[in-house]
Structure formats: C-alpha cells, structure tokens
Design a binder for this molecule. Structure first.
Ligand SMILES: Cc1cc2nc3c(=O)[nH]c(=O)nc-3n(C[C@H](O)[C@H](O)[C@H](O)COP(=O)(O)OP(=O)(O)OC[C@H]3O[C@@H](n4cnc5c(N)ncnc54)[C@H](O)[C@@H]3O)c2cc1C
Length: 419
C-alpha cells in the first residue's frame, strides 16, 4: 500500500482522539434528538452514544427508513453499482449503540424541541440538525423529467435509465449543468462528466457531453479534470465555464442559458444551486442567508443556542462532503458530551486539537480514479476553520490502484458512519 493511500485510509478515525469525556462523569438523562441520518447525523448519533458510554439518550429521526449514499452513486449510472449497494438502514445504530430510531419527516425545530410532520413532538436538551441540502427552483424545471441525481435514490435510477434508453447509439448529446459554488462534493460534477464520456464512448461514435458550469473555472482537481477534458475526452466533452441556467423546457429537454442560448440534449441533467433545506430557513437557523451559521468549535447554531447544525447545511467554508460531514459530527458530539457534563468546550487544549478532513475519490473511467484530500484546522484567533496548506493532496493522475483504493476508503467511511 502506498504512503498516500494509507494516509487517506487512516484519516477517517483520526478525530476520534478528540473524545476525552467519560460517560460516568455525566449527569444522567440528557437527551439529544438528531434530525437527519446521513453522513453527519448518523455519525453524531453513533459517537454521542459511544463516547458518552451510553450516558446520553439519543433519538435519530429520518424521513426515510434507510440512507442512500450519494458517495459512489455516480457508479450507478454506468451500472457498476446498484442503489442497494449504497443503502444503509439504521439497525446497527439501534442494536449496537442504543440509538432510538424514529422514521418521520421533521417540520419544525426550536431549542429543546423537534416537531414531526405527524404532529408528534420530541422534547430534548439538545437538537442536532443534519438534513443536507435543498435546491433552488428553476423556471420550467421538473425533476421528475430532468433529474438532478444529486440526492441519491430514485433520481439516480431515473438518470441511469434515461442514459440507457434515451441516448442514441451514435451522435447523442448529454447536457449537464453545474451550480454556483458552494455545492455538495466539489469534484463530483466533473467526475460525472468523465463517467458519461466513458459510457458514451463505449456505446458508439460522435457523442457529446456538454458541461455548462456556472462557475468561472473547474472547482476541484483542476489539473486532473483539465487533462481528462482536453486530453482523454477531448472529442466528447465540451466544457463551458461561466454559463448559468435561466430556464429549462423539461418536455423538450432544452436548457436556456442566461445569455439566451438554447442547448438541447437527448438527456439533460440539471443540478440546481443548493442551500440549506426549508426546514432550517423556516426554523430561523439561516438568518436570511443560504446556509446555517455555526460556531465551528462546537457546531452550535450562531442563532439558536442549544441547536447544532452539522454537514452540508452549515455555513463554514469547509467543503461540503460526506467525509467532512463525518468529521464535523465528531467535533459536535464531543462538544455536546462536554456541555452535558458541565465542562467547557472552549479550553485551549481542545481548541488546539480541532481538525477536520475531507477526501474524495473520482472515477475518471470505469477502471481508474483520481483523489483529492484536505485537512482543516481551527485558527484559534479568528475562530474559523482554515485549510492546512501542506495537507492539500491531489492525485494529478488517474489509475487502477486509486480505483481500488476508492472502494477501501468508501467502505471505511460507510462503516465509521453507519455500523
Ligand atoms: C455524485 C456525488 C458524489 C459524491 N462523492 C463524494 C465523495 O467522494 N466523498 C465525499 O466525502 N462526499 C461525496 N459526496 C458528497 C456527500 O454525499 C455529501 O456531502 C453528504 O451526503 C452530506 O452529508 P449530510 O449528512 O450533511 O447530508 P445527507 O447525506 O444528504 O443526509 C441528510 C439526511 O437528512 C434526511 N432528511 C432531510 N430532510 C429531513 C426532514 N425534514 N426530516 C427528517 N429527515 C430529513 C435525509 O433523508 C437524509 O438521510 C458526493 C455527492 C454526490 C452527489
């Protein structure tokens, strides 16, 4: 195993070193309700139970009975994986760690209270919100016809089926749009463009993948993706920077850009701009902004004390990734355990140790991948999480060894989150 690969695999449990509080020192009967059981929420629930030695009661509420991972979901598009391979129920969190699982949509959050769509109320000492992202409306866009496939599940299968059935054997056009940053998984859309080019190249001749990017440049792994777009896939990928979507004709599969150009595809994949879900907006957690501001030493909301926001919904400048969500969740769990035990979360030793990290593997072909990794550390003066420059790692190339390491890494992350 190469040093780089080993380093990435070792990154996942690294923040576990944060936990120093024993459950025995804690007053009994503290109760936390975690809303959302994705990479952030499931990790918070598990680590709250584990690091408090069962001293904190934890209820995890998710609208679904299982979480479907976005991570690796681009491989559903080329048939290498099925959604079942990426679906995780909450039985291990319940049986092994004693997390109480409730299935239901949440419609309102306040300090010490979570209200479900059913009208059920859950009272608690702390609320953790980890509900991911929602999308802006785009005039004419109907995601039942034009999938985003950026929250994994039915949308992913819909896009896979359209690629299989609606792309002609030769001379087809696949159109995809990339929203303005920050969005979930910075390299993800470029990875999807590469995989589509790979799928279509195997199918026939003369295909095009038109990428309309609202950003002025490739947002992650620029060296790698430029080499792929202008080298390996130069006859297929047509990458256009600074192109935003004004509207979509969902029946005709036409994207109209802000500049007034109509771009038609046999299959169209529009990923709208993201923000924190309406639940956070309506509960007063975004304060009129797009994301929820938090204290990055605890992930407690800057607006509602006692409510914590982790993962993609929160407003720090750290990348919106599942690996990062898992990492933030451990900082948050540690902070809540300390608060419940009446201990400070702001002592110098703890603050000096607050680090988070992110890793993304990007399949470039059906057998080769690249990767990107970064560590963030708390600046104890500004109280902001900052990139540790020397930690920024990028494969700069794609190969089969990275492709196989991608499965080890994702399995490790899935296990650390859901098992
Ligand atoms: C194609 C693709 C590839 C990716 N690849 C990578 C990668 O290689 N590495 C990486 O680290 N990240 C990757 N990501 C990003 C990663 O998937 C997200 O950053 C991560 O899922 C964010 O975790 P989260 O817990 O904040 O939100 P989510 O994982 O979206 O979880 C939110 C949960 O909240 C639940 N929920 C939402 N609203 C409610 C409600 N009102 N009531 C109850 N429950 C609710 C949902 O059902 C869901 O289970 C990728 C994303 C995509 C789309």
């Amino acid at each position: 195993m190469s040093l780089k690969r080993r380093t990435i695999l070792q990154m996942i449990p690294a923040t576990a070193a944060l936990s120093v509080v024993s459950g025995q020192s804690m007053a009994a009967s503290h109760h936390v309700v975690v809303v959302g059981g994705g990479f952030a929420g499931a990790t918070v629930a598990k680590y709250l139970r584990m690091w408090s030695n069962g001293g904190i009661d934890v209820t995890l509420v998710d609208k679904n009975s299982r979480h479907v991972s976005c991570i690796m979901s681009n491989l559903v598009l080329n048939g290498q994986l099925q959604l079942g391979d990426l679906s995780f129920d909450y039985s291990t969190l319940q049986d092994k760690y004693g997390v109480r699982i409730v299935q239901g949509g949440v419609r309102r959050i306040a300090a010490g209270m979570v209200e479900l769509e059913s009208g059920d109320l859950h009272e608690c000492d702390y609320v953790v919100v980890a509900t991911g992202i929602s999308f802006d409306d785009i005039p004419g866009l109907d995601s039942r016809k034009i999938p985003h496939a950026w929250i994994a599940g039915e949308q992913t299968n819909l896009l896979r089926d359209q690629i299989r059935e609606d792309m002609p054997r030769d001379n087809g056009t696949f159109v995809m749009t990339i929203p303005r940053a920050p969005y979930r998984c910075p390299p993800g859309p470029y990875e999807r463009a590469c995989l589509l080019a790979d799928i279509l190249r195997r199918r026939g001749d003369g295909h095009r993948v038109v990428v309309l990017d609202a950003n002025d440049r490739i947002q992650a792994e620029r060296t790698t993706f430029e080499r792929a777009f202008y080298g390996l896939y130069r006859d297929i990928i047509d990458y256009r920077a600074s192109v935003s979507v004004a509207s979509v004709n969902s029946d005709e599969r036409i994207v109209t850009t802000v500049a007034g150009e109509n771009v038609h595809g046999d299959v169209v994949n529009v990923i709208p701009r993201h923000g924190a879900p309406g639940l956070l907006v309506e509960s007063g957690l975004t304060g009129g902004g797009r994301w929820a501001p938090v204290n990055p030493t605890t992930y407690e909301s800057s607006l509602i004390p006692g409510v914590y926001v982790v993962g993609d919904s929160q407003a720090t400048a750290q990348p919106k990734s599942g690996h990062m969500a898992n990492s933030q969740a451990k900082v948050c769990a540690d902070a809540i355990i300390r608060a419940a035990a009446g201990l400070s979360t702001q002592n110098r030793e703890r603050l000096a140790n607050i680090t988070t990290n992110s890793a993304c593997f990007s399949p470039i072909t059906a057998t080769e991948a690249s990767w990107l990794t970064a560590v963030f550390r708390l600046n104890t003066e500004t109280r902001a999480m900052e990139l540790v420059p020397e930690s920024l790692g990028e494969a700069h190339d794609w190969n089969s060894e990275n492709y196989s390491a991608m499965f080890d890494w994702s399995e490790n992350l899935f296990a650390d989150t859901f098992r």
